[in-house]
Design a binder for this molecule. Structure first.
Ligand SMILES: [Zn+2]
Length: 248
């Protein structure tokens, strides 16, 4: 079984932000403990006596207002923490991959960007599972704060009727599981993946995205990046890696 941990970045309604992003990391169940421990080791290095009190949340680390981030006065040190969380993926086996969907909100007026992103990601995750084998199962785990009620209902509807592309998500188990990010290091990693993609599309900041660009689920023969999608009205002329890889 594969578990897809997801978190969001950007607000669905804030008019000062162009994008809403849902993103995260897909991990085979036998690698969950290993990857969690890699992030735990970062926490132990930062706060040796109270690593369990360290929650990695990229926008809070960048902001530097809460403990322990307010003890790191140089912004470069806090940026390095965010990158180090993302770089834990460098030592991972190839079957640990990232997924993200960046929704350009103005291109989807009248639609809920959370629903648009969730539908897109769950269908891509299902295709990943189908490629891994017809009996391969997947479970989606979301941070509790990601619009729980609307996503719960949406997930139940998906199971009953298939998504709006008419495709049944047969390989994905039940409804998504909602967990507290404090208790789950891999939700904290998902938060960083979503943040990296949000910064890339919303601000043109490649600092974090460059740490994970090669980790998105992709087809090695065609080069198509299945794991990353950029939902924008101009995606047919866009030159970002996700849009370019689908045109070539
Ligand atoms: Zn694009």
């Amino acid at each position: 079984m594969y578990i897809l941990y997801l978190d969001d970045s950007g607000s669905p309604i804030n008019p000062n932000e162009e994008y809403f992003v849902l993103g995260g990391v897909c991990v085979p169940e036998q690698s969950v403990r290993w990857l969690s421990y890699e992030i735990e080791k970062l926490a132990e290095r930062l706060v040796p006596r109270n690593s369990s009190g360290v929650e990695f949340h990229a926008s809070e680390i960048f902001g530097g207002r809460e403990n322990p981030w307010n003890t790191m006065h140089a912004p470069a040190d806090r940026i390095a923490v965010i990158k180090n969380v993302l770089l834990t993926l460098q030592a991972a086996y190839a079957d640990i991959v990232t997924f993200a969907c960046a929704v350009h909100k103005a291109s989807y007026l009248g639609q809920d960007p959370v629903h648009v992103a969730f539908e897109d990601i769950s269908s891509r995750f299902n295709l990943f599972l189908e490629r891994a084998g017809s009996t391969t199962r997947g479970l989606i785990v979301l941070d509790k704060t990601v619009h729980e009620t609307s996503l719960q209902k949406l997930a139940i509807d998906f199971r009953r009727t298939g998504n709006t592309w008419g495709r049944q998500l047969r390989n994905i188990c039940e409804v998504p599981l909602f967990v507290d990010s404090k208790a789950t290091r891999l939700i904290q990693l998902a938060d960083h993946v979503a943040y990296a993609v949000f910064r890339r599309y919303n601000a043109g900041d490649l600092n974090y995205f460059n740490c994970i660009e090669n980790r998105f689920d992709s087809d090695p023969t065609t080069g198509t990046i299945h794991g990353l999608s950029h939902l924008h009205a101009n995606r047919h002329t866009c030159t970002c890696p996700a849009c370019l890889s689908r045109r070539s």
